[in-house]
Write a protein that binds this ligand. Structure first.
Ligand code: NAD
Length: 473
């Protein structure tokens, strides 16, 4: 399928009225790239019914057969990698190259194959004179998936692939501003999956997303998005005690210890913070650097920031793109302006062209900032990194832990033992040593505190979309 055929397959039917369509424009150029369908709660209910009708037969297949289907889906994504990446780049804004659009489509293939290939046999939990018990993992039923706009394809796959593998069927609602990307992904997967197993309903969060969270026919919600909406989902799903995995907002801290080598770590620090132009849940969002190497780290980071090309996604040389939407541009702009007004120092960036067509915000480093400034305490979700000076590592750990969220964190040091000692004191779902944000399909990922609960990936991720069932005796 070419890009044009794929786009035509997922755009709104000709003649669809204004209420049922949304114009999709490239966030880099403002150019109209397609008309997305917008569906309502009635369409959602029909999709849930289709998923429910297909679930028993899907669950009845031998596990190996479901894995075979998933591997076929991975093959189909791989075969359409280039048109999928092009659509993702045009709609989301992320460049084709670097850790961006092609990387994201590749991630979809890798995570689908991992979900297909990870064994989860019944576990013998007791086998002695006191008794015998096995733990089995059964399908839950219909899984409702709600995904965000920053990594729209990959995060949707994280929700879809393990759910299908465990014998559930899925109804997914993509984010409003990246509908076409997820429609295209699902379209490609559905060229090989049985009818009714994977369903998609593009529609507004407030109505369609809310109705999905409230539906008594949904056994489990996989939600990735903001902490605010996540709390709404807890309330909406409470009457049914629907199972939840909540991957919510983060404000990840990185702590650079005095023995780190500024030049050696600069590139990895930069990409930890600026991957996907900062629009990443587990990106480095606050950097704490020891006074003794502060100036050197800031200077090395500035060199990388200034050398990294930003621009239109389809231009092969670019590694940073625009913000995905005006609202996110406004958040970053407001936070940087507030940091400037507080007297913090702009090292590089910080002067966007607000009249330009694209939502470009330059890669921005803000130094000598108060640890309690808004840009430090709020999730910026964009290319603006506050760098805080510290002199006592206990103080850095205290500051890192004082926010309400706890998704990722990192420690940077030439001494692994020292790094591990600091890592053990950080409140987060993941702490990386000398890197930030790298994910692996077999390593459980998720947050603590208000970054949510539940784990995705690997065996833990499969268990999260299954009902545990003890057979005892
Ligand atoms: P968002 O919460 O605004 O939207 C996420 C999804 O929820 C969208 O599909 C949206 O339509 C839907 N939604 C909105 N209102 C709803 C409602 N009332 N009921 C049900 N669904 C509703 O988040 P976003 O702006 O798309 O994404 C950015 C946020 O997501 C950031 O805070 C980021 O940190 C977080 N995020 C977290 C992870 C993670 O793995 N922890 C990953 C990516 C993004």
């Amino acid at each position: 399928m070419s890009y044009e055929t794929l786009l035509a397959a997922v755009t709104a039917p000709a003649g669809a009225s204004g209420d049922h369509t949304r114009e999709v424009c490239d966030p880099a150029t403002g150019e109209l790239i397609g008309i997305a369908p917008v569906q309502d709660v009635a369409a959602l209910e029909a999709a849930i019914d289709r998923a429910e009708a297909a679930q028993k037969a899907w669950a009845a297949l031998p596990e190996a057969k479901r894995s075979e289907y998933l591997n076929l889906a991975a093959d189909a994504i791989e075969a359409h990698a280039e048109p999928l990446a092009e659509l993702l780049s045009r709609e989301q804004g992320k460049p084709l190259n670097g850790p961006n659009a092609r990387f994201e489509v590749g991630g979809c293939v890798a995570w689908t194959r991992a979900a297909a290939g990870t064994p989860l046999a019944p576990e013998v939990v007791v086998d002695d004179e006191s008794g015998y018990a096995e733990m089995h993992y059964r399908p839950i039923g219909v899984v409702g998936a709600i995904s965000p706009w920053n990594w729209p394809m990959m995060i949707s796959i994280w929700q879809i692939a393990p759910s299908l593998r465990m014998g559930n069927t899925v109804v997914i609602k993509p984010a409003e501003t990246t509908t076409l990307s997820v429609l295209a992904l699902v379209h490609v997967m559905n060229t090989v999956l049985p009818e009714g197993v994977l369903n998609i309903v593009p529609g507004p969060g407030r109505s369609v997303g809310d109705a999905l969270a409230r539906s008594p026919k949904i056994g489990k919600i996989m939600f990735t998005g903001s902490t605010k909406v996540g709390k709404g989902i807890v309330e909406a799903s409470a009457p049914n005690l629907t199972r939840l995995t909540l991957e919510l907002g983060g404000n990840d801290a990185g702590i650079v210890l005095p023995d780190a080598d500024p030049q050696a770590i600069a590139e990895d620090l930069f990409w930890g913070a600026f991957i996907n132009t900062g629009q990443t849940c587990a990106a480095l969002k606050r950097l704490y650097v020891h006074d003794s190497i502060y100036d050197a780290v800031v200077a090395e980071l500035a060199k990388v920031a200034e050398a990294t090309p930003m621009g239109v996604g389809l231009d092969e040389q670019n590694l940073l793109g625009p913000l995905q939407n005006q609202a996110q541009f406004d958040v970053v702009d407001r936070l940087v302006e507030s940091a400037k007004a507080s007297g913090a120092r702009v090292v590089t960036g910080g002067t966007p062209d607000r009249d330009a067509v694209g939502f470009f915000y330059p890669a921005t480093l803000i130094a000598d900032i108060d640890p309690h400034q808004e840009l430090v305490l709020e999730e910026q979700f964009g290319p603006a990194l506050p760098i805080i000076r510290y002199s006592d590592v206990d103080e850095a750990v205290r500051l890192a832990n004082e926010v309400e969220v706890g998704l990722g964190s990192s420690v940077w040091s030439s001494d692994r033992a020292k790094a591990l000692e600091v890592a053990a004191r950080l409140e987060a779902g993941t702490t990386w040593i000398n890197s930030h944000g790298g994910l692996h399909p077999m390593i459980p990922f998720g947050g603590i505190k208000q970054s949510g609960y539940g784990r995705e990936f690997g065996v833990e991720g499969l268990k999260a979309v299954a009902n545990p069932h003890v057979i005892s005796g």
